[in-house]
Design a protein. Structure first.
Lengths: 178, 282
């Protein structure tokens, strides 16, 4: 970490100034998943403000960043209009790069990865493929076995994946987004 | 009138009744949609959670395709897709370096001028003025309108409706003879993309929504988002076990409710695809 620390990295990557937070707590009060989190959003903001590496490490390994469901309530109610959901996106990307994924949150990451894999191969989401991929990644083989036949019977699970024709362009998008 | 249509992945699969009822409603009012050719997934939650660049690049391709095909106005019924497309267009117009870079990657122009309409905006613009004269069977039911997160937030980008107490869906429901009740969960989160990976969180968040709707004796929850609909409807067994009670309230799309009021056939509205059947529809 540079002398200036991670705060300047956050600023240069997201444009966000964490120090503008004055701890009113509205984000945590309105957060849909604060109860489940190890650090509610206002606490996470305070930890970031310390510019202390140890605190940053705790955040990157936290369940909080994965539990954020991006409902945007915190941003909406923040008197300083700090884009916490954007910050959470950035922290997740950092956690992946630093390989500090919270153990309890691996299923969430597996689901997102399986989702993007599906989009990468066909250009559109293929739900059967997504769930199969997720099950392979998490070994939750029997999950939702009861709901699938009902969905199928109601015509909600197409067997054949939809495909984007311009695979070359799709490939370029994925390649240039790394 | 050349109105573009972006169904998105949910409307082709788990929420096909939303596509069916939206298209049936458009047809009933003589509105022709042109589906954007070769569209791709918007990237949804997964892309913006894991890869910021991808989360704007995927929607940018959709916007570029619409532009190339002369569709400068597009209807996007899925609230999540509507949100991702709107956020991307806003980002492109704010950051011209990003816009040039993506235009370069796609080898397509990106004007950043596409009008992106969610389902309520579409109805308000093209149908609302003609609904009352077409009503054959008023939708005389007590309902709660559930907007969720992605139709109204973030306001500075979407600028669609009131943040904490939106009214657009309530107004449309009143137009077709319904009573739209006041309730506390209009814009609370249903658990969104955690349906598979954290079903427990969805059961809890969606459970609170379903409970408030039932406590106020609503006959249906009206929605305009496939993710909200799936969580509140298909996850009902998990919701019921979280609430320790059996709940019965159906979760219908606004397009299904309006469709019923103007007399579109039930089959064309995909009502049988709802897991919790609306008992009042004969």
């Amino acid at each position: 970490m540079e002398k200036k620390g991670y705060l300047s990295e956050i600023k240069s990557n997201t444009g966000l100034n964490v120090n503008r937070c004055y701890q009113c707590g509205k984000c945590s009060a309105g957060c849909a998943v604060a109860e489940e989190m190890d650090y509610p959003p206002s606490r996470l903001m305070r930890m970031l403000q310390t510019n202390n590496k140890e605190n940053y490490g705790k955040i990157l390994a936290s369940e909080t960043i994965w539990l954020c469901v991006s409902c945007q309530n915190c941003l909406t109610r923040c008197p300083m209009e700090i884009d916490i959901p954007r910050l959470m996106d950035y922290l997740r990307e950092r956690a992946i790069k630093e390989k500090t994924i919270n153990k309890k949150s691996k299923n969430i990451l597996s689901f997102h990865k399986a989702f993007l894999d599906s989009v990468k191969y066909t250009g559109r989401l293929y739900e059967i493929g997504l769930v199969a991929d997720y099950k392979m990644r998490t070994f939750h083989v029997l999950q939702d076995m009861a709901i699938a036949p009902k969905m199928f019977a109601k015509g909600k699970l197409p067997i054949i994946p939809e495909n984007v024709k311009d695979k070359k362009q799709l490939h370029t998008i994925f390649k240039s987004s790394h | 009138m050349n109105i573009g249509f972006y169904p998105g992945c949910s409307l082709k699969g788990t929420s096909s009744e939303y596509a069916q009822s939206t298209l049936a409603l458009a047809k009933f009012f003589d509105i022709h949609f042109t589906e954007i050719r070769d569209w791709n997934c918007c990237g949804a939650t997964a892309a913006h959670n894991l890869n910021h660049e991808l989360s704007v690049a995927l929607p940018a391709r959709i916007l570029a395709l619409a532009e190339q095909q002369g569709l400068m106005e597009i209807v996007v019924p899925c609230a999540a897709c509507y949100n991702r497309l709107s956020v991307t267009q806003y980002a492109l117009n704010k950051d011209l370096v990003l816009k040039d870079r993506l235009s370069d990657t796609l080898q397509m122009p990106l004007s950043g001028n596409i009008r992106i309409l969610n389902v309520m905006q579409f109805i308000e613009k093209y149908i609302a003025g003609r609904i009352e004269e077409k009503i054959s069977k008023p939708f005389a039911h007590k309902v709660v309108c559930y907007y969720g997160c992605l139709l109204v937030r973030p306001y500075n980008i979407l600028r669609f409706d009131r943040l904490e107490d939106p009214q657009s869906m309530d107004a449309l429901m009143q137009k077709i003879g319904a009573t739209a009740l006041d309730w506390a969960y209009k814009t609370e989160c249903c658990g969104a993309g955690f349906s598979v990976s954290r079903t427990d969180v969805v059961a809890k968040l969606s459970g609170k929504i379903v409970k408030d709707a039932e406590d106020r004796e609503a006959e249906a929850i009206i929605v305009a988002c496939p993710m909200c609909q799936s969580n509140l409807d298909m996850r009902r067994p998990h919701i019921d076990s979280y609430l320790h009670t059996k709940t019965h309230i159906p979760v219908m799309y606004i397009t299904q409710a309006i469709g019923l009021a103007v007399g579109i056939k039930r089959e064309e509205l995909g009502l049988k695809k709802l897991f919790v059947a609306p008992a009042f529809v004969d």
